[in-house]
Design a protein around this ligand. Structure first.
Ligand code: ADP
Ligand code: MG
Length: 716
């Protein structure tokens, strides 16, 4: 066996065979480092056991009990349940185990045991179902606090504990410290290996809690600072030319004239915030430090125009730019927009999708290589290795939360062997409103331009709530909008009776409701067909798993007005822009979180017409009704995000997936946010000062970042 290191696959450890390695992979544990940093989600604490008589129904309890009746398997039950009585001096409880007939042989009358589980009363008798139970003589006094890990089939907490111990014994010393010396002292932190030992094998809960806090510090430093170091480029080639005239200045150059023409061709006047964002971008691009900028603006604030103008600016400087969109529908829409805006400017725009025909693709790639195409729009198809650019200067990721960081990285680190320059300017567009402190950690390395102002002439969207699916008001509203020449979206929570939108984490809440009551896209279509509405106003369906070409064709027909009603899943949540669609009906609206509802609603109200959003839900859930009410009351994404946090508690709104960051193990992005900014500030201060501590810290952070996040920043 070769030397085991933190980066080694878990299978190098004694006791982990291929089957166990596969199971660990399900828990996202691939390397020895992953194993060590896989933290318990809770502990069974037998340092202070409760008494049976003092336990309240519905609470978890740790008990010290004596087995009082012989465990026997109920052979008549299909679940092969085992039940028996156990108790302490204060009282007796019934222990029940389902699907675990082996339990019967494990315990006998008189055995003293530690038991942990939820205590409930059944017919007046206290009982625990499937508790965690261990004979007292098998538990060392130093092990009275037992870690409990999130499990997958076939692996027990005990096994995990043992493997983690082996891993720490072999490689614990390789865990580098990423926390500045000064913070270590102030917080009384211990060497990292010790912190991990304490979190996995604590003697008391307090010890575990302080170790976890230290690990959270480290994790947030890795995220907030590590990402910055990871994304850091050396420098960008030449200093860019000024293209956008500052207000009041007379930039009479040829490029400025061409620029003016492009801006005039937009068909509208830029808002102040849009203009400011463009100036910010130009300023960044005129230095040879790679730009890292986030453009944050609520849905409908006009980010696309900013992106396209940034690309035009780059083209006028004689360089290439790429815009990545999360879906082909969106990429096509950006492409059409860019073609329209840049028509007659001499700037060559190309579209590259996964489905693009091989022969066309080949031609486009040639244009990218010889520099003939300067504005490139596409999906992930662009992120393959065999694409070469003549002079790529700018990469824009639209709706960034849908991408993994690693994907962007692929374009960023195209190294030029001659100059050694390994970076391009980087611009990210997002509509996801996030609080400042969170942004600091997630995008700590980025400067931000906020587009707050909505384009002029927008009317507020009127939102109302329909408590019944058969409401004639809803149908009347739909028909009257269609009759006045408008188009409509109808959004459903599922595709057909059997299928939800794949990997759609925007759908929430299943408790208590009957799945068959959810109106699907397909049902909706046939219902409309029955009423005859679709004879007068053609309707089509759209969902993610449809054939790519059909999707694009459908979208095109909807944009051209040939299709009047688009019945879809949340695929239209992202970016779709049809200013003539001014009514949206969201079926089973209780199924969507506030952020999704807000993004969906952002598809309408994009033109000058009055628009309407109707939330249809027959749910009686108070939480769902609160969400509907908030939607009816507010149209501000930031306000809704804040409200969502308040009503749902932290953790839901920003499913970390939405940001393309991996799940955090120790830190909580809400409760630990102040830690995060303090810790990152401390690190940045040390790094800025330079010297030997800075050097070591930087090296450690890079090393640990790679282990912790490096391989996981990939495709969502
Ligand atoms: P988002 O920020 O959600 O990506 P879009 O870029 O799709 O928003 O813009 C929404 C709509 O507003 C589009 O139809 C776009 O043409 C229009 N728009 C953008 N900027 C302006 C402006 N300054 N004045 C008027 N309409 C604008
Ligand atoms: Mg957009």
């Amino acid at each position: 066996m070769g030397k085991v290191s933190l980066a080694s696959p878990v299978s190098v450890l004694y006791g982990i065979g291929p089957a166990a390695a596969d199971r660990l992979a399900k828990l996202e544990i691939n390397t020895v480092y992953d194993l060590i940093t896989f933290l318990p989600w809770r502990y069974n604490d037998w340092t202070s056991v409760a008494r049976v008589s003092s336990c309240e129904s519905g609470n978890e309890a740790s008990l010290y009990l004596t087995v009082m009746s012989t465990p026997s398997v109920n052979i008549r039950s299909r679940a092969k349940n085992v039940s028996f009585m156990a108790g302490d001096e204060s009282g007796r409880i019934k222990l029940m185990f389902f699907n675990s007939p082996y339990i019967a042989n494990k315990f006998a009358v008189g055995d003293k045991c530690f038991v942990h589980g939820e205590l409930t009363y059944f017919a007046g008798t206290p009982q625990m179902v499937n508790p965690f139970m261990e004979k007292a003589d098998k538990v060392n006094t130093s092990e009275l606090v037992r870690p409990v890990y999130h499990m997958t089939a076939g692996i027990t907490s005990r096994q995990l504990s043992r493997w983690i111990k082996t891993a720490l014994d072999l490689c614990g010393e390789e865990l580098k410290c990423c926390i500045p010396e000064q913070v270590m002292q102030k917080e009384n932190f211990v060497p990292m290996a010790e912190a991990y030992r304490k979190v996995h094998f604590p003697e008391t809960l307090d010890e575990a809690a302080s170790a976890r806090r230290q690990i959270a510090f480290e994790e947030l430093i890795l995220l907030g600072v590590g990402m910055k170091l990871y994304n850091r480029g050396t420098s960008v080639k030449e200093v860019a030319e000024q293209v956008v005239p500052e207000s009041g200045s007379e930039l009479a150059k040829d490029v400025a004239v061409r620029w003016k023409k492009i801006v005039e061709g937009l068909g509208f006047t830029l808002t102040g915030d849009q203009r400011k964002a463009i100036i910010d971008i130009q300023k960044d691009m005129m230095t040879n430090v790679p730009m890292n900028r986030l453009v944050q603006g609520d849905v409908g604030s006009g980010k696309t125009a900013v992106a396209i103008l940034a690309m035009a600016m780059t083209a006028l400087m004689g360089k290439q730019s790429v815009m990545l969109a999360p879906t082909s529908v969106l990429a096509r829409q950006h492409y059409d927009n860019a073609c329209r805006i840049l028509k007659g400017s001499g700037i060559n725009v190309v579209l590259l999708l996964g489905k693009t025909k091989a022969s066309v693709k080949k031609e486009i790639k040639e244009q990218l290589r010889d520099g003939e195409a300067s504005v490139i729009i596409g999906t992930h198809a662009l992120l393959t290795d065999d694409i070469e650019f003549a002079d790529l200067a700018l990469v824009i990721a639209d709706e960034q939360h849908r991408f993994g960081v690693k994907q962007r990285e692929k374009l960023l680190i195209k190294k030029d062997p001659e100059s050694g320059i390994n970076s391009v300017h980087n611009l990210v567009m997002t509509a996801t409103p996030i609080p400042r402190t969170l942004a600091m950690v997630l995008y700590g390395d980025m400067k931000t331009s906020v587009i707050r102002e909505k384009p002029a002439g927008r009317q507020a969207i009127t939102t109302w709530f329909a408590a019944s699916k058969d409401s004639s008001d809803t149908r009347d509203a739909l028909v009257s909008m269609l009759e006045s020449g408008q188009q409509a979206y109808i959004v459903c929570a599922r595709i057909d009776e059997n299928e939800d939108e794949i990997s759609d984490d925007s759908i929430i809440g299943r408790e208590g409701s009957d799945e068959s009551e959810i109106t699907s896209v397909i049902q909706m279509k046939s219902r409309l067909d029955e009423t005859g509405i679709t004879k007068r106003f053609p309707a089509a369906v759209l969902y993610g798993s449809m054939n790519e070409q059909t999707k694009l064709d459908t979208m095109e027909k909807f944009l051209s007005g040939e299709i009047k009603i688009l019945i879809s899943t949340t695929v239209i949540e992202v970016g779709v822009d049809n200013p003539r669609a001014n009514i949206m009906i969201i079926m089973d609206a209780d199924r969507f979180g506030l952020s999704t509802l807000h993004q969906l609603r952002g598809r309408i109200g994009r033109g000058k017409e009055k628009s309407y959003c109707i939330l249809v839900s027959e749910s009686k859930s108070e939480l769902a009704l609160t969400r509907m009410r908030l939607m009816c009351e507010s149209q501000d994404g930031f306000e809704l995000a804040q409200k969502d946090l308040e009503i749902r508690g932290p953790g839901d709104f920003f499913g970390t997936r939405q940001h393309g960051i991996p799940t955090l193990r120790a830190a909580n992005l809400y409760t630990d946010l102040t830690i995060a900014s303090d810790a990152c500030d401390a690190v940045n201060a040390v790094l800025a000062k330079g010297g030997s501590e800075a050097e070591l810290l930087e090296k450690n952070i890079e090393e640990m970042f790679e282990l912790r996040f490096g391989s996981k920043m990939g495709v969502l």
